[in-house]
Design a protein around this ligand. Structure first.
Ligand SMILES: *Cc1c(COP(=O)(O)O)cnc(C)c1O
Length: 379
């Protein structure tokens, strides 16, 4: 049983949950990388292998989100994201596993190999894909507003008469965030068992803040002193302290309502460490610093990260090591990126089978910093 439901048994009775992933995910020391950047006690949380079908941070959220959908007898879910959204793909894969239909309303983002892969895979796993036509360089906010409108239209139009459960971008509703409250309790168990010394910091990419908010709330419910450092990778409209406080409060209220034994906490701006300086110019636009981090961990540890999320988060650790004095600290890098390889599935796919609007991602070049292995094709 997962840590949260073990510790708060009443939640097991009141909170819909469906097991999708494999927990606990391992914690491992990154000795070579740690030495190279001057953080002797550098560790990684392997949420990249959180699920057999698909890993990454969305699995923890989906266990509660899709559990909720099932318990309320929904036949399908509708969600949002950038066109290369890992969340949309994870939702497609696990919805299908549970016999739920998945509709994804997607907005444009800078092109990358990972964007191509995710579109193809979402299609392969049976998601109904809609692209909201927006200009490439427009900020993410307006497209999402438009996507929400599209969703309303779609809800009424669904042919089978069943409206889908709407899941917000990134799965970061209070229900989804609970997955990361559990993750913090899981980490506490690993600390108690000696798998990792008590971390001083967790560094994690923040896109819709569900991961960071869940960890922050969950850590408060443990005895750990660990602080969450949230590396903003989307626009300020999506990641900011007031919005994080609101999400913390709503998630806390939900848990306390489902189990009065779950304490009600007070959070203030001081509990939230959002870092803005690794974002770059745009969501999903890679930065030189982020890509240098991706290259370094690949070289030292053989671990694959990405330019949109995890590279930017690791870049923060690398820069903070000397500047913030991380040398003597225990630093945990939370790997939020799926590492399951889909080349077997992708090999047989043709982008021309996709809805028309998506094809240009395969006909136009990827962004300049998306370096490719010369020998293998992008997809
Ligand atoms: C979605 C995602 C994030 C962001 O998580 P949030 O909970 O939305 O802040 C980080 N890393 C990866 C790889 C993701 O797919």
């Amino acid at each position: 049983m997962i840590a949260l439901l073990k510790r708060y048994p009443r939640l097991a009775a009141t909170l819909p949950y469906v097991s999708l992933g494999e927990f606990p995910t391992p914690v491992q020391r990154l000795e070579c990388l740690g030495k190279a950047i001057g953080v002797e006690q550098l560790y990684i949380k392997r949420d990249d292998i959180s699920g057999r079908l698909y890993g990454g941070n969305k699995v923890r959220k989906l266990e509660f989100l899709l559990g909720d959908a099932l318990s309320r007898n929904y036949k399908g879910v509708l969600t949002f994201g950038g066109v290369g959204s890992n969340h949309a793909l994870a939702t497609a894969i696990y919805a299908r596993q549970l016999g739920l239909k998945c509709i994804s309303v997607l907005v444009n983002q800078p092109n990358a190999c990972s964007v191509r892969r995710n579109i193809l895979l979402s299609h392969h796993y049976g998601a109904e894909l809609h692209l909201v036509p927006t200009k490439l360089d427009s900020p993410l906010t307006m497209p999402l507003v438009r996507a929400t409108k599209t969703a309303r239209v779609l809800r009424q139009r669904l042919s089978d008469g069943h409206p889908p459960l709407v899941i917000p971008a990134g799965g970061s509703s209070p229900t989804g965030v609970i997955g990361f409250v559990n993750a913090a309790l899981e980490l506490e168990e690993q600390v108690k068992k000696g798998g990792i010394p008590e971390p001083d910091y967790i560094y994690v990419a923040a896109g819709t803040m569900g991961t960071a908010a869940g960890l922050t709330l969950g850590l408060r419910a443990t005895g750990l002193k660990t602080r969450v450092v949230s590396i903003r990778v989307t626009g300020r409209d999506f990641v900011n302290a007031p919005a994080m406080l609101a999400l913390l409060d709503r998630t806390n209220a939900l848990l306390s309502a489902k189990d009065s034994g779950f304490p009600r906490y007070d959070f203030s701006a001081g509990d939230i460490g959002i870092r803005d300086e690794f974002y770059g110019r745009q969501y999903a636009l890679y930065t030189p610093e982020g890509m240098a981090a991706v290259a370094l961990i690949g070289e030292k540890e053989g671990i694959k990260l990405d330019g949109t999320y995890t590279g930017k988060a690791l870049a923060a650790i690398i820069r903070d090591a000397p500047e913030q004095g991380l040398r003597g600290k225990v630093v945990l890098f939370w790997n939020t990126l799926n590492s399951r390889d889909f080349s077997d599935v992708l090999g047989g796919m043709d982008y021309r089978d996709l809805p028309r609007g998506f094809r240009r991602y395969f006909e136009e070049d990827v962004q300049p910093l998306d370096r490719r292995d010369e020998k293998t094709s992008c997809v």
